[in-house]
Design a protein around this ligand. Structure first.
Ligand SMILES: [Zn+2]
Length: 233
């Protein structure tokens, strides 16, 4: 049912041979997690990752007794668990409360230029981008900062941009109790910019339009709002 109402249009503004070659066609909607993903607590995860990251550095030939390097394994482990991959854990999902729509606002609400940092799950290097989200209220409204928090929650995990776009749209639909949501993401993938084809100027655009946003006029209104004086800034 939901599937029918959604439409994914993925457009890559430049050739990303390497990136597409990295199996983008076969991503699943859910982040692939093991069933025992949260059986270890955060402290133990940090301890284990630290140990393994230290080994990677040692294999690379780095001298871990050097003052500048010796804290790196712990820093990386803590950053993975508590920051850049904290969105894997459902306990860190934003708690979205709805409010009565006292002012009877019934038009489209657009939150644009939500900046985020994510991590490419194929290379573990940054994806840096902006998300634009919109919804048409169905009786209730949400605090604006929650829209940013939803975007950032799904950014804080190993990702592919296409999946992230749909995951955000799905959570918005559920949280806002409406199908009338739109998500558009533009992002730079450092795996494309700094390695592989080394194209620093291309970026990737993905979108998900649901409910009333499948209608061209509504979609154009959304696109007009987000293109006004800010695209490519
Ligand atoms: Zn990549």
């Amino acid at each position: 049912m939901k599937q029918k109402e959604t439409l994914l249009s993925t457009q890559e503004t430049n050739q990303h041979h390497e990136h597409i070659g990295d199996s983008h066609a076969s991503f699943s909607l859910e982040t692939p997690l093991r069933s025992d993903a949260f059986e270890l607590d955060d402290d133990l995860k940090i301890e284990l990752i630290e140990k393994h990251f230290k080994e990677i550095m040692q294999i690379l030939g780095l001298d871990l007794t050097d003052d500048s390097l010796k804290g790196t394994p712990h820093r990386v482990a803590k950053m993975y668990v508590k920051e850049i991959f904290s969105g894997l854990d459902p306990k860190n999902a934003p708690d979205v409360k709805l409010f009565e729509n006292k002012y009877q606002y019934k038009s489209m609400l657009v939150e644009k230029n939500i900046s985020f940092h994510s991590t490419c799950e194929h290379h573990f290097v940054p994806i840096i981008g902006k998300a634009h989200v919109a919804y048409i209220p169905n009786g209730k409204v949400v605090g604006l900062s929650k829209l940013n928090r939803i975007v950032r929650h799904f950014a804080r995990r190993p990702q592919v941009q296409e999946r992230m776009t749909i995951q955000i749209a799905n959570m918005l639909k559920e949280a806002l109790n409406t199908n009338d949501v739109a998500v558009l993401i533009e992002a730079d993938h450092l795996c494309v910019a700094s390695r592989g084809v080394q194209d620093a100027s291309s970026n990737t655009i993905t979108s998900e339009y649901c409910g009333k946003f499948l209608d061209m006029k509504t979609r154009e209104e959304f696109l007009n709002y987000i293109t006004v004086d800010n695209m490519n800034k």
